[in-house]
Design a protein around this ligand. Structure first.
Ligand code: MRU
Length: 363
């Protein structure tokens, strides 16, 4: 996507110095557009953990490049190299718990390195695989955009070309996914095609990925949008001001339960009550094919209380609650499949059911 006339991905390997991985520092957005260099495994691990990078697909891609950086740092060979690879993969798994893309990418890296005992070869292989995972996420997101565009086109036709009002939660745009995005990809496709869209952007407390990142993306792409407090969506839906809810996912079960940023479930409930279509856009790398029950099997990240007790803005950080007040900070919630109208994937749209997912992905 384009920032000030220049095309960017959320992560890339420096063209001239192949030992530097560059990322857009999402902690500084929207007030500063800064690029951060990752040169060690620990840099990549910390970037995921402290949310310099965030969003399920980007977490996976960053982990893959982090393992490449780990390979650059070692001279191990033979069985020792295999032990090193296993240790680094296990360590990387601990960076964040909820997005399944992390273990998806690590599993791919682990499997291409199986049996490799020469470190130079391991470096080449892991870099190639990380590049492939990155390109796959870009291609999948663009395909999601094309599939989801059909939904927006249909609503636009029914509304006789009046703007299609889409509500989204958190940031599931190109910053979260390398390029295009998941939930935002159909919106970008529609906007580029000249279809009138307007996006209601949930601010997404406590980290404000909506007001900081989604709004930043939409502004740069020229997509009309309005930032709203998280508790506004229900009211808008009751008054016919939302035509479609589009969100991303950090982990979706093989039965269609959707884990996404905290607050997504409440939007799904409101959409259900108001008969508004609620779609989840996700690449297959965000589907956990191993699990059926989203409530019992998905680890929900609990984050620092500080993110709730304080808020960070352009002028710095300010405290919001009385000293010593107890707060809770769950990062994600699970929307049961029955509240999801459909899943938009790189292979097309399917019902959020075991059968729907199986039919698309032949499992
Ligand atoms: O905690 P984050 O910012 O990494 O969480 C990301 C989300 O939950 C997003 O809503 C997104 O849809 C999933 S990644 C495309």
């Amino acid at each position: 996507m384009v920032i000030n006339g220049q095309n960017f991905h959320a992560i890339w390997v420096d063209n001239n110095k192949k030992d530097i991985v560059r990322v857009i520092d999402q902690q500084k957005l929207p007030f500063e557009f800064a690029i951060k260099n990752l040169v060690t495994f620990n840099d990549a691990f910390s970037a995921i953990k402290d949310m310099t990078v965030r969003g399920a697909p980007l977490i996976g891609v960053t982990a893959a490049y982090g393992l490449y950086l780990a390979m650059l740092s070692t001279t191990c060979k033979g069985a020792e190299l295999q032990l090193f690879i296993t240790a680094k993969c296990n360590e990387m798994e601990q960076a964040r718990p909820t997005a399944v893309n992390l273990s998806y990418a690590i599993t791919r890296i682990k499997s291409v390195l199986e049996g490799i005992d020469n470190v130079e070869r391991a470096r080449e292989i892991v870099l190639r695989e990380a590049d492939l995972i990155k390109q796959q996420e870009i291609d999948y997101c663009e395909a999601i955009g094309i599939a989801g565009l059909t939904l927006i086109e249909e609503i636009s036709r029914k509304k006789k070309r009046k703007p299609v009002n889409i509500l989204t939660h958190c940031n599931a745009g190109w910053l979260a996914c390398v390029d295009w995005g998941t939930a935002l990809a159909p919106i970008y496709k529609a906007h580029k095609k000249g279809i009138a869209v307007h996006v209601w952007v949930d601010e997404t407390r406590p980290r404000n990925q909506g007001s900081k990142l989604t709004a930043f993306e939409l502004m740069h792409e020229g997509v009309p949008h309005t930032v709203i407090p998280d508790n506004t969506g229900g009211h808008l839906m009751q008054h016919g001001m939302v035509d479609l809810v589009l969100v991303g996912s950090d982990r979706t079960t093989r039965t269609g339960d959707v884990c996404n940023k905290i607050g997504t479930y409440l939007k799904a409930l409101a959409a259900f009550d108001n008969r508004i279509p609620f779609y989840v856009a996700l690449p297959s790398s965000s589907i956990d094919f191993e699990i059926e029950n989203g409530f019992t099997n998905i680890p929900i990240e609990q984050r620092n209380a500080n993110e709730v007790s304080h808020i960070e803005g352009k002028e710095g950080k300010v405290q919001l609650v009385p000293n010593g007040c107890k707060v809770a900070n769950y990062g994600f919630d699970v929307t049961p499949a029955r509240l999801v109208t459909g899943l938009i994937t790189e292979k097309g749209i399917c019902p959020a059911t075991k059968e729907g997912i199986s039919a698309l992905f032949s499992i």
